[in-house]
Design a protein around this ligand. Structure first.
Ligand SMILES: Cc1cc2nc3c(=O)[nH]c(=O)nc-3n(C[C@H](O)[C@H](O)[C@H](O)COP(=O)(O)OP(=O)(O)OC[C@H]3O[C@@H](n4cnc5c(N)ncnc54)[C@H](O)[C@@H]3O)c2cc1C
Length: 613
């Protein structure tokens, strides 16, 4: 047993470190600047507290090993266990992942509550004392060995080991400089991230079939993620995370508008059903930031950094807390090897900590460089890796076992090397095309969709399709044969009362179809759109399926969102919008009687889309 260890900072990293050191030091003193609340409340030293915090599966498992029963305590405190494969409604690329049951789980709970549960457990470790309301101002000792810390009160606390868990804004650079030591080289990848979060009252039937929602953006065109997670006290935490964002929503109305503009409607529809209990709050994170302690030539004995003080990632990936606990475990193992906190031990620990952060750092930085505005040292091969990752993600939407692998990697419980297996590579190549974009004829037509000659062909094609689409019940259309998504829509003539059938391009939006009343850019609205306004009950025929639908005219923020969704299907919508000189009508066609717009060949495993979501 060693003598005294001091841990600076009582956030996640500090508490994890204290737990590990509690087995190896007679006395562990945790020093925290904030007055620590003994209730579930955010605090100044952790300004990220009100925002969504997922302790990914690897982190949860690690804390459970260190503190048996931790998971159950989070649940007892109001946390909701969520199995990633089957209980989270996840979308990207305009498509939902199918539900695939597995055993990769996190517990959804507010960050202050998670910290409170953790702190109460760590405070019970016999060697550990937590002192709050005290600020560490300097390290004591020399360039060879740190021997303690100086407090703002002038008090000196002697220690055999000082662990700096002061977070991203920590003072390790200043403290090392004061001892005459070099500071680590730093990596800074600018991402201009913004968070906006609001809490809502949660009812038992808000989201049938699912426990949470994650709407992922498709980079680079989309840059806002949406999340809806259940947290303690029967609340929903609904959050937006945006890259390279200038303004953030600053009231309930602008927050709701931004949620409704997400690429998938599920969170917007949840919002329609729930009442706010707080105002939205915001946070910003300028960059991914890493201090390369492992490259230092000279480190003192008795002092090391851990957690965000080493590496602070884009929190979109949810890896900060998990890396902190994994570094704490690495610290324990390195101490066991060396027996005491010598300079050699500190160097070995930094190497082990670098091993912990390498994969999450690469995931975050690669993902962030999918946005052209991201700046900083760009890793080699990032373009190739991002293209491959996109194919894997797309394939994981249609190959269930690949979904388990992919999300297991994100949750840090499956090694990323798994993606290099020949079978996985083959699945990515075979199934990793963008929905509806694989067909070269369709790609060609999309590229030329605004050309006059293609418009002339389109008008002729519509006449042909009106006939063959009707007799084949939407099984065959010339538009469909060229790889474009096409359906037959039957409306009721507003004057004649007769059935009127028309071929249309469509885009999937979750369970629904979206159709656009362009009339090839002519000034008049097409007759079928007027029919729908007069009588919204209609029928879609698609590949031999007859689906009764109810048409809803999209307006305001919803129309904006749907416009962004449909333009990749047919880029000429933009041209038609200008040439028609009118506000082109966009309709949601909502399947009735439990029907779905989903292409059942693609998402047959997914029969649990929330009916109202
Ligand atoms: C908006 C946002 C969302 C996030 N979401 C996730 C997520 O979903 N999943 C995830 O794993 N991670 C997430 N993170 C990251 C996560 O918050 C951190 O990785 C985690 O808190 C570990 O940080 P830490 O303990 O090293 O430092 P911090 O949490 O920053 O804590 C530092 C502590 O040190 C104290 N302190 C500082 N200086 C002194 C001093 N001189 N003397 C005494 N005490 C001092 C502070 O008061 C504070 O308590 C998110 C971060 C942000 C910003």
């Amino acid at each position: 047993m060693n003598g005294t260890a001091v841990v600076i900072g009582a956030s996640i990293a500090g508490l994890a470190a204290a737990r590990v050191l509690g087995d190896r030091y007679e006395t562990v003193i945790v020093l925290e600047r904030d007055e620590l609340p003994n209730v579930n409340a955010p605090r100044q030293g952790v300004p990220q507290g009100p925002h969504c915090h997922v302790l990914v599966a690897a982190g949860l498992r690690e804390f459970e090993r260190l503190l048996p029963g931790f998971r159950a305590e989070l649940i007892a405190a109001g946390g909701t266990p969520i199995e990633i494969g089957s209980e989270l409604y996840l979308t990207r690329y305009g498509r939902a992942w199918p539900a695939v049951p597995g055993d990769v789980e996190f517990v959804s709970v507010g960050r202050p509550m998670m910290e409170l549960v953790l702190r109460e457990r760590v405070a019970k470790v016999p060697a550990v004392t937590i002192r709050d309301g005290v600020v560490v101002t300097a390290l004591a000792g020399s360039a060879d060995a740190v021997t303690g810390v100086q407090l703002d009160t002038g008090e000196l606390i002697e220690a055999d080991l000082v662990v700096d868990c002061t977070g991203r804004a920590g003072r390790s650079d200043r403290w090392l400089t004061e001892l005459g030591l070099p500071i680590p080289a730093q990596l800074d990848i600018k991402i201009g991230l913004g968070y906006c979060t609001q809490l809502f009252r949660r009812g038992s039937d808000d989201l049938p079939g699912w426990k949470g929602i994650v709407t992922l953006p498709t980079a680079p065109d989309q840059s806002v993620e949406g999340v809806a997670f259940p947290i303690e006290d029967e609340r929903w935490l609904i959050g937006l995370i945006a890259w390279h964002v200038d303004g953030l929503p600053d009231d309930g109305a602008s927050f709701a508008a931004a949620v409704r503009a997400l690429p998938d409607p599920a969170i917007g529809r949840l919002l329609d059903r729930v009442e706010p209990v707080t105002e939205p709050v915001t946070a910003r994170l300028r960059s991914n930031h890493r201090r390369l302690f492992e490259r230092l030539d000279r480190v003192p004995a008795g002092y090391l950094a851990l957690g965000d003080a080493i590496c602070s990632f884009n929190p979109f990936y949810g890896h900060g807390m998990t890396c902190a606990v994994q570094e704490a475990v690495a610290l324990g193992a390195t101490l066991d090897q060396h027996g005491r906190a010598s300079a050699e031990m500190v160097r070995d620990y930094y190497r082990a900590a670098a091993g912990v952060v390498t994969v999450p750092w690469q995931m975050a930085v690669d993902g962030d460089f999918a946005y052209p505005k991201t700046s900083g040292p760009r890793p080699r091969g990032v373009g190739f890796r991002n293209r491959f990752a996109a194919r894997i993600m797309l394939a994981s939407q249609v190959v269930p076992e690949l979904k388990t692998t992919f999300f297991g990697i994100l949750q840090l419980v499956v090694p990323p090397e798994r993606l290099m297996r020949p079978r996985v590579v083959a699945q990515a190549l075979l199934h990793g095309g963008r929905p509806g974009r694989g067909n070269p004829v369709a790609s060609f037509m999309r590229r030329h969709s605004s050309d006059g000659w293609l418009k002339a062909i389109g008008i002729a094609q519509a006449r042909v399709d009106q006939f063959i689409g009707r007799v084949s019940h939407g099984r065959i259309t010339s538009t469909g044969l060229s790889g474009l998504p096409s359906l037959m829509l039957t409306t009721t003539g507003r004057s004649s009362g007769q059935a009127r059938t028309i071929p249309l391009l469509y885009t999937n939006d979750g369970d629904e179809f979206v159709v656009v009343a362009t009339n090839f850019g002519r000034p008049a609205h097409p007759g079928w759109s007027a029919n729908l306004l007069a009588n919204p009950a209609a029928t879609v025929e698609l590949r031999g399926r007859r689906i009764p639908v109810r048409a809803v005219l999209a307006e305001d923020a919803e129309r904006e969102r749907l416009w962004r969704l449909v333009t990749p299907t047919w880029p000429a919508y933009e041209t038609y919008s200008h040439s028609s000189g009118r506000n082109i009508r966009v309709f949601r066609l909502v399947p009735q009687n439990g029907g779905s717009a989903r292409d059942d060949r693609q998402t047959s495993a997914d029969d649990r889309i929330p009916k109202g979501a």
